[in-house]
Design a protein around this ligand. Structure first.
Ligand SMILES: *Cc1c(COP(=O)(O)O)cnc(C)c1O
Ligand code: SF4
Length: 435
């Protein structure tokens, strides 16, 4: 059945019929947390994905609706007091901005990856790893719904001067032309699939017309299949979008549709399955990725179910990420030890066809670091780590070791094993970041 896209935010969410049965204190929690963390959902998520009979523990409810535990208790109290006393909007906004700035809004040294062409910075692009250039089209800087764990939230709250956005795709093309090492253009956001077909077509056509010989793959990073599959079924420009995908594959360029899914529930509706069929029929491949999130998918079964279902629908599992050190990390964070156990216990239950997935991986300043495992070497318990991706390609696939720390949530919590002062890449990384 075609569906008309209806957005819910902190302003109108109480209109959602299912909220009649939601406890009053939960509504207040939503209001308080939403004053700091932006919140947006839509009628597909509300009507087809959330299990309202069990909403308090429902992974999709937690994925879209702010939860009390997502703020530090003292931050929560500060905002609650302002809201309970009907403070004016500017006071609330000021207090919220102070808290936001304490939540590490710019992780992973992203400001170091801004490429330059003809003496000009391409602020809507990133080039961190040799083969892949990231492009953030201006009109793709929002999403069909917001994930409560999202590290990109600074750009949704209107506070971000660094907002990676750029109208001009031509500079990106010029840049790729003189960088023969780039084989992949990754269009990301926000979610580029919030763009209408006309705008998307403008970007894609210009790239295709440039006929860059070394460009092999266009990737589109998107959560639209999970949040709004009607984008490919009944939106007014759904057919046009699919034609754009065909145009890419007909030009001999691989279209890798990088789909973000967090839970098997997102793969179960008729709408998502129909959308997957339509996208695959354009010749695109669909690869999947997700962070590992406490309260949403922190069990090996959640992952083996999800990967198995993805393969059944013709998708290729690609990455499991460790939740980043920003926003509500204390709520969503899973220790590196546990992340590895969850990965391993899911990975060993799935077909080899699904074992294309890699992780658990931390996207951090030096690269994508995978927790290969925990073991003991000469009496010392260690994490075995390796780069899946590195700022220097020579770092990739070289095992290195950190002291075992059962509480570690992120690479910052790790120290080199065997009494070493630093990890093998640190000196070189420091020099790179000075550039
Ligand atoms: C993950 C990522 C890529 C893509 O890396 P692949 O290993 O090719 O998937 C590119 N750029 C950045 C900044 C990334 O984080
Ligand atoms: S879809 Fe992606 S960019 Fe959008 S809110 Fe979710 S994680 Fe963030």
């Amino acid at each position: 059945m075609p569906m008309k896209y209806q957005i819910y935010t902190s302003r109108n969410y109480r209109q959602i019929a299912q909220f009649e049965n939601v406890r009053k204190e939960h509504l207040r929690d939503i209001d308080v947390v939403a004053s700091v963390l932006p919140f947006k959902t839509n009628n597909y998520v509300v009507e087809e994905l959330i299990d309202w009979d069990n909403y308090q523990n429902d992974p999709i409810f937690i994925l879209n609706f702010p939860q009390r535990g997502m703020l530090h208790p003292n931050h929560f109290e500060t905002m609650a007091r302002l809201i309970d006393t009907n403070a004016d909007a500017s006071t609330i906004k000021e207090a919220a901005n102070i808290i936001r700035h304490q939540l590490n809004p710019h992780p992973a040294g992203q400001s170091h990856n801004v490429p330059e062409i003809n003496g000009q910075k391409l602020t809507g692009a990133q080039h961190k790893y040799d083969e892949t250039m990231l492009f953030f089209p201006t009109q793709g800087q929002t999403c069909h719904a917001y994930c409560t764990f999202c590290f990109r939230w600074p750009q949704f709250t209107g506070m971000d001067n660094l907002k990676f956005a750029m109208k001009e795709v031509d500079d990106v093309i010029d840049y790729i032309k003189v960088h023969p090492e780039i084989t992949d253009l990754l269009i990301t956001g926000g979610d580029p699939m919030v763009m209408n077909a006309n705008i998307l077509d403008t970007y894609i056509s210009r790239v295709l017309e440039a006929k860059i010989p070394h460009l092999q793959t266009i990737r589109i990073g998107t959560k639209s299949l999970a949040f709004w599959p009607y984008r490919y079924i009944s939106d007014p420009d759904a057919e046009d979008v699919l034609k754009i995908f065909e145009k890419i594959t007909n030009a001999g360029i691989t279209l890798a549709f990088m789909a973000h899914f967090n839970h098997v529930r997102e793969l179960e509706t008729d709408a998502v399955q129909e959308a997957v069929r339509r996208i695959r029929a354009t010749g695109a491949q669909i690869r999947t990725q997700s962070p590992l999130l406490n309260h949403i998918n922190a069990s090996s079964k959640a992952w083996s179910d999800m990967w198995t279902k993805q393969v059944k629908l013709g998708m290729i599992p690609y990455y499991m990420f460790v939740a980043r050190d920003t926003g509500a990390q204390e709520y969503f964070g899973v220790s590196l030890t546990r992340a590895w156990e969850i990965f391993r216990n899911a990975y060993n239950k799935i077909s080899g066809i699904a074992r294309t997935v890699r992780g658990p991986s931390m996207s951090c300043t030096p690269g994508k670091v995978k927790i290969t495992g925990v073991t003991e070497i000469q009496g010392e318990k260690v994490f075995v780590l390796e780069f899946i991706q590195g700022r220097n390609r020579e770092w990739v696939n070289r095992p290195f070791f950190a002291k075992y720390n059962p509480k570690a949530l992120w690479i910052d919590d790790l120290e080199p094993a065997f009494g070493k002062k630093e990890f093998f890449f640190e000196e070189e990384l420091a020099a790179m970041l000075l550039d």
